[in-house]
Each structure stands twice: as C-alpha cells, then as structure tokens.
Design a protein around this ligand. Sequence first.
Ligand code: KIV
Length: 254
Amino acid sequence: MDTSKITADQLRARKGGVRIPALTAYDYPTARLLDEAGIPLILVGDSLGMVVLGYPDTTAVTMEEMEHHTRAAARARPKALLAADLPSRSYRTPAEAVVNARRLVAAGAEAVKAEGGLSIADQVRAIVAEGIPFLGHLGMLPQHVLEEGGYRIKGKREHEREALLEDARFLAEAGAFAVVLELVWPAVAAEVTRTVAIPTIGIGSGPDCDGQILVVNDLVGTFPWFTPRFVTPRVRAFDQMRAAIEEWSRSVRS
Ligand code: KIV
C-alpha cells in the first residue's frame, strides 16, 4: 500500500494548519502534472463543461461526461485526493445522490462534491453514510447560475451571511471533510473559516480561507477567451501554443 496517499481525513486535519492548494484537472496529463507538483487535492470539476466541452455554463454537464473525465484523471493514479463533481440534476434525491456518487467512485473518484448546504442535507447525509468522502460547495453555486441570473458575490447581505454560516456548520457536522467557498464576500469567508471545524477552500473569496482552489485553465492561461476577475494567470500558455502552431504552420507552407 502506498502510505503517502493523501486521504480526506488528512485534508480535514489541515484545518488551521498548512494551507491547501487545490486545482482542477479533467484529463490524465494535467492530473499527473498537478500530482508531480505536489497539489494535495485535485478536483474533476464540472467546470469542464465550460473550459473543455464548450458549454456556456456547467448546467448541461452529464454524469457520463463526468465519469469519462474522472476515469482519465484517475489513470494518473495521483497521491493527491481525487474528488469529482456530481453534476447538475444528478443528486435530486438521496437515492439518486448515492447511485451517482458510487458511479463517480467506480470511475476513480475518491471523494465527491455537490453544491449546497441544508438544501441538500439528506443527500449529504446519504453520501457520507455510504462512506464516500464529501466535499461541500457554498456561496455562488454555478449549477444555479441560470436561476440566479449570473455569478454574484454571496454573503454581503446579512441573510446571506447567516445562511452561509448555517450551511457551513451543517456540512461540518454532517461529515464533509472540507468546503469550497465560491465568490463569498471575503470578510464572511474569513468568519466561516474561523467558526467551522473543517477546512474552507476559497475561490474568489479572499485570502483568509484554509486553502484556495482554481480552475487550472484560468491559472495557466489555456482558456484565454474568459478569465474570472479574481484570477491572475501565472502564464499565458495559450499564447505560446498559438505562436508555436503559427510558426510550424508557416514552416510547412514555405
Ligand atoms: O467545477 C469546478 O471546477 C469547481 C471549482 C471551481 C471549485 O467547482
């Protein structure tokens, strides 16, 4: 047995300790690269719908697509914990959540993520009761972007702040090993981080979470047509790829 394998319990134990850098991967080479770089948590996010499959948002992503990309990332056999997203409409009931969480585990996921807190309480309890590590996701919920009419910061209003705190407490008590906070007002993300017993992993939620997660394509500039405001790409890999392709194409033609 590879004892250096990172588990959900080990990530939970990093609460308040060394911060957790997490990134998405949707394929074998990216998962392998992230693992070789020592990233401890890799997420096959349903953001794959936008940055890989060309959908306008994540709402159309299917279970079959998530399974396909989870299998590809899992072939890297990362030391990192490999989590996968339950896509939209795959966890409408506790029974459906368990069936689909098991499908992602069969595809190679070691944990699953779903969006919501008390609104999906029974689904979260059912997944945890199956022994499947669960990663929460609160704040802006991309699977609800159409109802919400856009990607809006959450937590600035008092009722949103209270709901976030209540949802985060629920997820911790229900057994989630960590919770993603997406587009949460930074002061409220810091308050959630101080008050819940599990690591918070922020995305566009300020610097005070226990970890940070990004869509890898945003970080390395391989989806140049849209970059969220809170991300500064560390490289613009697409520009280099474009230059290489154009240079090669010219060399073939001349
Ligand atoms: O789908 C995704 O990639 C995500 C992360 C951005 C947190 O949910």
